[in-house]
Design a protein around this ligand. Structure first.
Ligand code: SAM
Length: 373
């Protein structure tokens, strides 16, 4: 067992947290890395997981386990430092939470070791920003082809739904300076939705009418259960309050609207999806492609092709994806859309959590990318 490997993983994750806007998580993981090297409580907490590869994200499991204790009221001393629990964190004094964090780990080892067996799983409500943009684009294209047609009711199907919260997307309100889309009284406000002008088809889009919502995920989280809601909150970073507020709003919607998420993979789910007259059938997904085995993804593509071939004016089909794509040396989070059997269009780009989004300038190399990595 190599504690050096674990220390390196924790430091790497700390740097990623700093880059992704969570100075609290970064500070805690830097100190936790030192604690691992010194054989402190964090070393006891992760014993047996020292050699876990990077994608296992042991550091995030530890952060999530401790965050769950904080938000369920079992670590009041640490809660005073966690904004998600009403506490305060000052990035100018990054070590202030550490003694309480260390004590919490030492006091709750069995709880934390049980949480370390779970892969972190989130459901990023902000990604609905791009998915809705794609939906508005599809409705706009359909209206252009048949101007007299009323906007079609929508049947939403989501692959890799996690807790299924983005199946409520049309209930969210997206806002940025000079722009708002979605119900004004929504409990979910996606602020800073657009950097620069949103696409014209979104600015002019009427509200969507969703008549069916279904998703799939091999390990769905039940957003109506106390355990499910705790897990979703715990894996958010404690100093990123807008994410927590969005999640809380979406959990309130989940409590009153049905959106079943079947406990199966994407290919098996799609086999039962059919188009229906007088509705727009949507299959969408965000940041799940990389988790699907290659063979299963081939079946997913075959099912999407079947639906595309069946698409027509009275029962259209659109496939929308917000996925990372390799562009040059890096990855970018891009929205693609394919209406019926038409070409795949690259519509917009966003930060990994969907906010903000921006349109692509002519000549952007991302416009030439048509294959997933
Ligand atoms: C990073 S999460 C994204 C969840 C959600 N789409 C979002 O954007 O918040 C990836 C999800 O893909 C799911 N997943 C993994 N393998 C899958 C498969 N074969 N079919 C469908 N979903 C899968 C995981 O369980 C996980 O919930």
């Amino acid at each position: 067992m190599s504690i050096e490997h674990a220390v390196a993983m924790f430091r790497h994750q700390a740097e990623a947290c700093a880059e992704l806007g969570s100075p609290l998580s970064a500070a805690l993981l830097h100190r936790a890395a030192e604690d691992l090297a010194a054989g402190g409580p964090c070393a006891a907490a992760i014993a047996g997981h020292e050699d876990a590869p990077g994608p296992s994200a042991v550091a995030l499991r530890l952060l999530g386990a401790v965050h769950a204790l904080v938000i369920s009221g079992r670590a009041p001393g640490l809660a005073a430092h966690y904004p998600s629990a009403g506490g305060a964190f000052d990035p100018a004094d990054p070590d202030a939470p550490w003694p309480a964090f260390r004590a919490t780990v030492a006091d709750h080892l069995p709880w934390i070791r049980e949480w370390l067996t779970r892969p972190p799983q989130t459901n990023e409500v902000g990604r609905a920003n791009l998915l809705l943009t794609g939906l508005a684009w599809a409705q706009h294209r359909l209206a252009q082809a048949s101007p007299d047609a009323a906007q079609l009711p929508v049947r939403l199907h989501e692959l890799g739904s996690s807790a299924g919260l983005n199946l409520f997307a049309e209930q969210f309100r997206c806002v940025s300076p000079g722009f708002a889309y979605g119900p004004p009284d929504s409990p979910v406000v996606l602020a800073d939705a657009w950097q620069g002008e949103p696409p014209a088809w979104l600015r002019d889009a009427p509200l969507q009418r969703v008549v069916e919502r279904r998703g799939c995920d091999p390990t769905p989280i039940d957003p109506r259960s106390a355990d499910g809601a705790l897990a979703l909150r715990a894996y958010l970073w404690a100093d990123q309050l807008p994410r927590l507020e969005r999640l809380n709003g979406a959990l309130a919607l989940a409590a009153r609207l049905p959106a079943p998420v079947e406990p199966i993979g994407a290919a098996a789910f799609l086999r039962d999806v059919r188009l229906a007259d007088g509705t727009l059938t949507v299959v969408w997904h965000s940041i799940m492609r990389q988790y699907v085995p290659a063979e299963e993804w081939r079946s997913v593509e075959a099912e999407l092709d079947r639906l595309a071939a069946a698409s027509g004016p009275s029962a259209p089909f659109v496939h929308l994806a917000m996925e990372p794509r390799r562009v040059g040396p890096g990855h970018r989070f891009l929205l693609t859309a394919r209406l019926g059997a038409g070409p795949t269009m690259m519509l917009a780009e966003a930060m990994p959590h969907g906010l903000p989004a921006w349109t692509l300038e002519p000549g952007d190399p991302a416009l030439a990318v048509d294959q997933l990595p």
